[in-house]
Design a protein around this ligand. Structure first.
Ligand code: DGJ
Length: 725
C-alpha cells in the first residue's frame, strides 16, 4: 500500500452532488479513491478510513504491493492495463517516476505538477468539477530534457466500481449517427479508436458504464466524452485486480507530437459524468455545464429555413428570393443559403476553395438576396466548407502545395479522393489566411449572421511539413488551426453564429462546440431516424444546440413517407427549422407550417432551457421525450412511435420531472396536425379540453396512451395551475 504523507495527504473536490477524492502518496501521482456521489464533509480520520475501506489485497499472481492505479496509470504503478502515457525517446519508451512538486487545491479543482528530473519530463494534471457536477480532466507534458521526445499518447482516466457490469458504446454511419450498442463489460484493456481526422459518423461519442443495462431515469451510470474533433481513443480497462477505468484521449500518430526542449503537449479535455439517476442524470450534468459557459447561446433560437433539400445545387436567384418571401410569410427567422453559391459550384466536383460568389448564377452577387432576407426581418446564413478544396478550383490550381495529403496520392488514382474533394492544409499560414480573408470579406459585405460550416470528408494520410521541413502526420495541427480560424472569425464579427456540420453529425464534440453555436445532427431529415439520432446527441448536447429540421415527405435520405405532424413534433426537440421547398407545399401544408412556426416560438424557451427527461418505457416502439422548466411549473413532451406498439392497452406514460405537489393542466397541442391511432373511443385526456391533474398523478400514475399508429407523435403541454392541496 502507498504510504500517505500526513500533511495534505488528501484532496477532496466537491460540487453539485459529485465528489472526487484523491490520496497523495509520498511518491508518485495522486490516487483516485472515489469519483461519484458527494460523500459530505470528510475529516482526516474519515479519509484514512475511506482509504482503508477501499484498499485492496495482494493475491497470488499479482504484484507484492497492492498499489492502485494513479491519476495517470502507468507501469510504475504496477499497472498492467493500457498506460495513460506513452512517451518515447529515440524509439525507446520512457518510464517516468513522478515526484509531485506542487498540488494547488481549490474547492472543486486540483492542479498537480510532477517531475521526473532524470528523464527531463514535467507533467501537469488538472482535475476540476465544473458546474452541474461534470468532471473535467486534462494533462500537459513538457519536455525539459535536451533531446526531443515523441508523445504517442497521453490519456485521461477515472475509476468506476467493478460492479459496473455493462458498457455502452456508440457507432453509426451517414444519416444514422450515434447508435448505442450495450454489451457486458469486456475484460482486460480495450481501446476503441477512430482515424478519420474528424469525429466521424461512427464516433465513439460517449462511453457509458452502468450497473445492468443503462436506463433513462434510474441506476448509477458513469460516462466519458472527449472534447476533440478528430482522431480519438476511448478506453476501458477492466483488469481483475483493479477498479475499472474509463477514459479517453487524442489519438496521435507516431511522430505527430514531437516535443523539442521546453515544448508542451496539452491533451484535449476529457469529460466525466456520474449520476445516480441513469442516462438523464448524465445528460443533465453535460447540459448544466454547457449552459453555464459564457459563450452559450441565450437568444431565442431562430426558426430556420435551409435551402439544401429545397434546391440542392440548382440555384436561381428568382426562385430563392421567392423562397425567402415564403419563408418569412410562414414565420421563419433565419434563411440559410446552402452549398452551390460560389465560383463554378454547379455540382460537388468543383469550386471548393474559391469563396467568391458565382457570377454566372448570381449576376448581381448575393447582395440582393441577403438584402431581401434582412428586409424581411430574417437573419442571413451562408454555407462554407472552409477546410476543403476541389482539384477543379482556382485555389488548387494556384496552390497545389496547400493540399493536406501525401503528395504521392494527389490526384488520386488509388481512391484517396472523397466526394471529389481534398483537404486544405490549414496549418499552412498562407492557406489559413486565404480562408480567413475570403470568408471575413463576405461576412462583412453581406452582413452574414450565421455560417453553416461543413466538413464532408475524412482526412486520409494527412501529412504536413513540420518546422524541420519533415512531413509528419498533420491531424493535430489541422484541428487546432480549424478551431483558431473559427475563433478568429467570431472575434472579428461579434454576433456571428457558426454551426458545426460534417456530412450531418460527423463533428459534434465538445471540442468544436467551444467555438460553435449548434450542430447539424444528421443529414437524415427522416423523423423516425431522427427520434434516436437526436435522443443520443442530447446525451451530451442540450436541445438548443441540436439542429432539427422538417423536411419533405418522402424523406430524401431514406424514402420514408411520414405525416407532417410527426415531422414537426420531432423537430420540436431541438433548434427547429425547415429543409423543404416551401414553394411546393399545398395550402393545407402551409397552414400547418405556419401553425408550427407559432407553436415552436411559443414553446422554444421551455425546450431550450428545460431539463430533458426520457421516460423508461417497456414497449420498444415508444420514444417519450420531455422538457421540464427549471422551476417545474411547465413542461412539454413529445410522445412518439417508431414502430407499432405491441399491445392494445399501451403502457401509461409518466411525466417524469414534474413536481408531485403542484397541479397542472394537460393539453395536446395539435395545431400543426394530429397524431393518428386505432380505435373509436380514446383515452379521456385526449379530448378537446385540457384536463387538470396533480403532479403526483402525472408522475406516479401517468397518462394512458392510445394505440398510436407507427410514426405518430403527440405534443403534450403541461402547465402548473394552482398548488395541490
Ligand atoms: C453535407 C451537409 O450535411 C448537408 O446538409 C449539405 O450542406 C451538403 N453537405 C452540401 O454539400
Amino acid at each position: 500500500m502507498n504510504s500517505l504523507v500526513e500533511d495534505s495527504s488528501w484532496s477532496v473536490l466537491r460540487r453539485d452532488g459529485v465528489a472526487v477524492v484523491l490520496a497523495h502518496p509520498e511518491r508518485g501521482l495522486p490516487l483516485v479513491l472515489h469519483w461519484g456521489a458527494d460523500l459530505g464533509e470528510l475529516t482526516s480520520a474519515d479519509l484514512w478510513g475511506l482509504d482503508s475501506a477501499t484498499s485492496r489485497q495482494t493475491a497470488p499472481g499479482t504484484l507484492d504491493s497492492a498499489w492502485r492505479p494513479s491519476l495517470l496509470p502507468q507501469e510504475s504503478d504496477g499497472w498492467a492495463g493500457r498506460p495513460g502515457l506513452l512517451v518515447v525517446a529515440d524509439g525507446v519508451p520512457l518510464f517516468p517516476r513522478w515526484i509531485v512538486d506542487e498540488a494547488e487545491r481549490a474547492t472543486a479543482e486540483l492542479a498537480v505538477t510532477a517531475r521526473d528530473a532524470k528523464l527531463g519530463l514535467t507533467l501537469r494534471s488538472h482535475l476540476e468539477i465544473g458546474t452541474g457536477g461534470l468532471v473535467l480532466l486534462w494533462h500537459e507534458l513538457t519536455n525539459d530534457g535536451p533531446n526531443p521526445v515523441d508523445v504517442h499518447w497521453l490519456e485521461a482516466t477515472l475509476p468506476v466500481p467493478r460492479s459496473a457490469d455493462h458498457l455502452t458504446q456508440f457507432t453509426g454511419r451517414w444519416s444514422r449517427e450515434k447508435a448505442p450498442v450495450t454489451t457486458a463489460m469486456p475484460g482486460g484493456s480495450t481501446a476503441r479508436q477512430t482515424r478519420r481526422g474528424r469525429s466521424g459518423h461512427d464516433a465513439p461519442w460517449v462511453t457509458v458504464a452502468s450497473l445492468g443495462t443503462p436506463r433513462n431515469r434510474a441506476g448509477e451510470t458513469w460516462a466519458t466524452h472527449l472534447g476533440w474533433s478528430a482522431d480519438v481513443t476511448h478506453r476501458v480497462d477492466h483488469l481483475t485486480e483493479h477498479p475499472t477505468l474509463l477514459g479517453a484521449g487524442e489519438l496521435v500518430r507516431p511522430g505527430e507530437i514531437r516535443l523539442a526542449t521546453g515544448e508542451t503537449y496539452r491533451t484535449p479535455v476529457a469529460y466525466f459524468a456520474w449520476s445516480p439517476a441513469g442516462l438523464d442524470g448524465v445528460a443533465d450534468r453535460f447540459h448544466t455545464w454547457m449552459r453555464a459557459r459564457p459563450q452559450h447561446v441565450t437568444s431565442p433560437r431562430p426558426l430556420v429555413l435551409n435551402t439544401w433539400e429545397a434546391v440542392y445545387f440548382d440555384h436561381s436567384p428568382t426562385k430563392l428570393e421567392r423562397l425567402a418571401r415564403r419563408a418569412a410569410a410562414v414565420g421563419v427567422e433565419r434563411f440559410v443559403l446552402d452549398d452551390g453559391w460560389f465560383h463554378a459550384r454547379r455540382d460537388d466536383t468543383a469550386g471548393l476553395g474559391d469563396w467568391v460568389v458565382d457570377h454566372d448564377v448570381w449576376p448581381d452577387g448575393l447582395d440582393p438576396l441577403a438584402g431581401l432576407v434582412h428586409e424581411l426581418g430574417m437573419q442571413f446564413g451562408l454555407w462554407f466548407e472552409p477546410e476543403m478544396v476541389n482539384l477543379d478550383s482556382d485555389l488548387a490550381r494556384a496552390h497545389p502545395d496547400w493540399i493536406l495529403s501525401n503528395p504521392a496520392a494527389v490526384p488520386s488514382p488509388d481512391g484517396l479522393s472523397f466526394r471529389t474533394q481534398y483537404v486544405l492544409d490549414l496549418a499552412n499560414p498562407d492557406a489559413w489566411e486565404h480562408l480567413r480573408s475570403q470568408i471575413s470579406a463576405l461576412v462583412t459585405q453581406l452582413g452574414i449572421d450565421f455560417i453553416k460550416w461543413d466538413h464532408n470528408r475524412d482526412l486520409v494520410e494527412p501529412v504536413h511539413p513540420g518546422p524541420d521541413g519533415v512531413l509528419r502526420p498533420g491531424t493535430h495541427v489541422q484541428t487546432y488551426a480549424a478551431y483558431a480560424l473559427i475563433a478568429r472569425l467570431k472575434a472579428d464579427h461579434p454576433g456571428l453564429e457558426i454551426e458545426s456540420c460534417s456530412s450531418g453529425g460527423g463533428r459534434t464534440d465538445l471540442g468544436i462546440l467551444q467555438f460553435t453555436d449548434r450542430v447539424w445532427a444528421s443529414d437524415s431529415n427522416d423523423p423516425l431516424e431522427r427520434q434516436d439520432i437526436q435522443r443520443w446527441t442530447s446525451l451530451v448536447l442540450p436541445p438548443e444546440l441540436i439542429g432539427a429540421h422538417v423536411g419533405p415527405s418522402p424523406t430524401h435520405s431514406s424514402g420514408r413517407a411520414t405525416d407532417l405532424s410527426y415531422r414537426v413534433a420531432t423537430a420540436l426537440q431541438g433548434h427547429a427549422g425547415f429543409e423543404w421547398d416551401l414553394l411546393s407545399c399545398t395550402d393545407d401544408e402551409l397552414v400547418a407550417v405556419a401553425a408550427y412556426a407559432a407553436l415552436y416560438k411559443e414553446l422554444r424557451s421551455l425546450v431550450h432551457t428545460g431539463t430533458v427527461v426520457h421516460a423508461d418505457t417497456v414497449d420498444p416502439a415508444l420514444r417519450v421525450t420531455g422538457f421540464v422548466s427549471p422551476d417545474r411549473t411547465a413542461g412539454v413532451w413529445t410522445v412518439a412511435t417508431v414502430a407499432s406498439p405491441l399491445e392494445v392497452l399501451t403502457e401509461r406514460v409518466r411525466l417524469d420531472g414534474l413536481d408531485p405537489a403542484l397541479r397542472y393542466s394537460v393539453q395536446v397541442r395539435d395545431e400543426a396536425g394530429s397524431a393518428r391511432w386505432n380505435g373509436w373511443v380514446t383515452p379521456g385526456w385526449l379530448g378537446k379540453d385540457p384536463i387538470d391533474l396533480p403532479g403526483s398523478v402525472l408522475t406516479g400514475v401517468g397518462l394512458q396512451l392510445p394505440t398510436l399508429w407507427p410514426m405518430q407523435a403527440l405534443i403534450v403541454q403541461v402547465t402548473a395551475t394552482t398548488p395541490a392541496e
